[in-house]
Design a protein around this ligand. Structure first.
Ligand SMILES: Cc1cc2nc3c(=O)[nH]c(=O)nc-3n(C[C@H](O)[C@H](O)[C@H](O)COP(=O)(O)OP(=O)(O)OC[C@H]3O[C@@H](n4cnc5c(N)ncnc54)[C@H](O)[C@@H]3O)c2cc1C
Length: 415
């Protein structure tokens, strides 16, 4: 008789696990508390689903155990992921190494996963709520749900995190993991905007500009990135901010001081930038300082930087002293934003924190403390940077969990 595998969560990792387990011969049941499967997949990559990336390195992931994510990725890597999706019908589009379905529709990724799950006779119980999980004395689990009891030989928790809870990941998976004996590292929002002190952001809202950002915690560099910065009415957003945000979330949670230094001229060395300002001051000496940046910076941004420099905007550019130019340069190359908080889980793309990976075997995704229990996806204390890494971790951990659970049952329950 085939082994029965229960999977909690019909998201990216749960569906990948279901397909892998069913292909390996298991009878698979997925329990999903939303009325539709794979809701979060639909919002990925601005509706286009950046499903993975050609560059796959340890630096692209963050985790309490540094080498854990790549050990998982190596079990089911980029080429296997591409083969998996091509086999389901997804033609891949490559945008500078960032990989998407050629249709540019996240819905096609969800659709092919669901089509394959159906073909493999995976049962998906929608709008199904788990009331409690009981361990069977002889191994396996009984899931008590509002739709009845399910008896499973193995269980995969793929319930996601607390990020974007409207898609179904409300953090209840952590509670199930805790009930089964696992420790949870405090989940915090990541890949998220930063809320900053001061009302100048309202003035700069809507500006998008290339910038370098350095995140400082108690004055020490914690993370840095470069790319298109977006100024919003309450602070900072855009990919470079998302990339450093998890360090801000952790530091603020520890009540440490967090600032961001923004370089609005990242392509220019400090000396070069100063030379440029001097040259402009002599060339455009007849202009008031308020017009000095026209043609170089967005005027909304220029106004704020001049104000922060303390230089009188009605002065003529030609009258600026070296010291005043230096103060303007200081704002241009190292504008300081004081970070008050990160946006809440509702705005976050992922969470940092989750099930402690020390208690999970990366070769199988099986719990080290409860036989027959497996984990997949964002429920774990793993977060990737922007660029397809979080989905890649979901595919790799999901397929590995599904395969290992099915193989263990094939070789004898709980093996
Ligand atoms: C706006 C946005 C854009 C993103 N874009 C990208 C991108 O382009 N590329 C990328 O790599 N990553 C992206 N991500 C991150 C990526 O979507 C997630 O990391 C990934 O979907 C996690 O998969 P998962 O299966 O672990 O969790 P989820 O996809 O969250 O799935 C978990 C499922 O479990 C269900 N569930 C939870 N608790 C229970 C319970 N108690 N009982 C039953 N069911 C339960 C949920 O309803 C959900 O369906 C984005 C995220 C967001 C929010």
């Amino acid at each position: 008789m085939k082994g029965r595998i229960g999977i909690v969560g019909a998201g990216a990792s749960g569906l990948a696990a279901a397909i892998a387990a069913a292909r390996a011969g298991a009878q698979v049941t997925v329990i999903e508390h939303m009325d539709k499967a794979g809701k979060k997949i639909l919002s990925t990559g601005n509706g286009r689903c950046n499903l993975t990336n050609r560059r796959m390195e340890a630096e692209c992931f963050r985790c309490g155990q540094k080498d854990f994510p790549m050990k998982v990725i190596e079990r089911f890597g980029l080429e296997e992921t591409l083969g998996f999706f091509e086999g389901l019908g997804i033609l891949i589009k490559d945008r500078n190494g960032y990989l998407y379905p050629y249709s540019d529709q996240a819905s096609s990724v969800r659709d092919v996963l669901l089509q394959e799950a159906e073909r493999r006779r995976v049962q998906i119980h929608l709008s199904c709520h788990i009331e409690r999980i009981e361990e069977r004395p002889c191994g396996g689990f009984v899931l008590h749900t509002d739709q009845g009891r399910l008896s499973e030989d193995a269980l995969i928790l793929a319930a996601g995190s607390k990020a974007a809870p409207s898609t179904g990941s409300d953090g209840s998976g952590y509670e199930l993991a805790r009930q089964l004996g696992h420790s949870i590292i405090k989940p915090l929002p990541a890949l998220v905007q930063l809320r900053c002190q001061g009302n100048m952001y309202r003035q700069m809202a809507g500006v998008r500009t290339e910038a370098g950002v350095r995140l400082l915690v108690d004055g020490e560099l914690a993370a840095e990135d470069r790319g298109e910065l977006q100024l919003v009415d309450y602070g900072l957003s855009g990919i470079p901010i998302f990339q450093v945000s998890r360090f801000a979330a952790k530091a603020l949670d520890q009540r440490r001081r967090v600032t961001v230094r923004v370089d609005f001229m990242p392509a220019w060395e400090e000396r070069e930038a100063f030379g440029l300002l001097k040259k402009r001051a002599s060339l455009l000496g007849y202009k008031p300082v308020s017009d000095f940046f026209t043609g170089m910076l967005n005027p909304k941004l220029a106004q704020v930087l001049i104000k922060c420099s303390g230089v009188n905007p009605s002065l003529k550019a030609g009258e600026l002293t070296g010291k005043q130019l230096g103060r303007i340069l200081g704002q241009l190359k190292s504008y300081e934003a004081i970070v008050m908080s990160v946006n809440p889980f509702a705005n976050a793309q992922v969470c940092c924190g989750g099930v402690d990976t020390r208690q999970v075997d990366p070769r199988t995704m099986q719990s080290r403390i409860k036989r027959g229990l497996y984990f997949a996806g964002e429920i774990l204390d793993v977060d990737g940077i922007c660029g397809g890494y979080n989905l890649q971790f979901a595919w790799s951990s999901g397929v590995t969990a599904g395969r290992s659970a099915a193989r263990a049952l094939e070789g004898g329950a709980g093996k």
